[in-house]
Design a protein around this ligand. Sequence first.
Ligand code: NAP
Length: 174
Amino acid sequence: MRILVTGAYGLLGNEISRVIEMGSCHLGKIDRLFSEAYLIKTGSSELDITNQSNVLEYISSIKPDLIINAAAYTNVDGCEKNPERALLVNAIGAKNLAIVATKVNAKLVCISTDYVFSGEKKIPYREYDLPSPINVYGKTKLLGEKYSQQFSNKHFIIRTSWLYGGSDTNFKNG
Ligand SMILES: NC(=O)c1ccc[n+]([C@@H]2O[C@H](COP(=O)([O-])OP(=O)(O)OC[C@H]3O[C@@H](n4cnc5c(N)ncnc54)[C@H](OP(=O)(O)O)[C@@H]3O)[C@@H](O)[C@H]2O)c1
């Protein structure tokens, strides 16, 4: 199996790549299907997901079986200041990947966020709750989800809350 990780040098992409390379995480060994996979790690310098022709050319040549999209513009305040970039990376980038994933018959994992909800609900959110994002980050991530659903015929959407890990920019100093 061939696995392509986008945003592989970010907080989550780095951890996902490390777990695949190590073949285990703190919960134990991962399936051999993944630990024995050929892993392709890309940052924006190798694969800018906003560049449609770049995405098409790169992924068509690699032909991954699984694409894990961990690339995003995650700076919530930055998204308010630069909504065009947020839209481009979080929505159009996701769309570019979904289109090519279908073309090469790859499964697509779209990492999303609890920011697709307003946060006003007093009890835990469920998958079937209607999204109601209140900021640019949430709105563009939701659009990325919709594009992933619309353009990829084998997609998985994972909505996670605040991630933590070894990066200096998250949780420790964030
Ligand atoms: N961090 C959290 O607490 C949190 C919570 C909920 C959901 N999420 C979601 O989890 C996913 C991963 O988040 P993270 O915290 O790991 O983010 P991160 O540390 O900010 O990493 C994101 C990566 O995306 C890459 N990237 C940005 N623009 C790109 C582009 N145009 N083309 C290709 N790569 C690009 C960046 O690479 P370069 O530096 O090379 O540009 C960066 O390494 C995101 O979808 C995010 O929305 C995160």
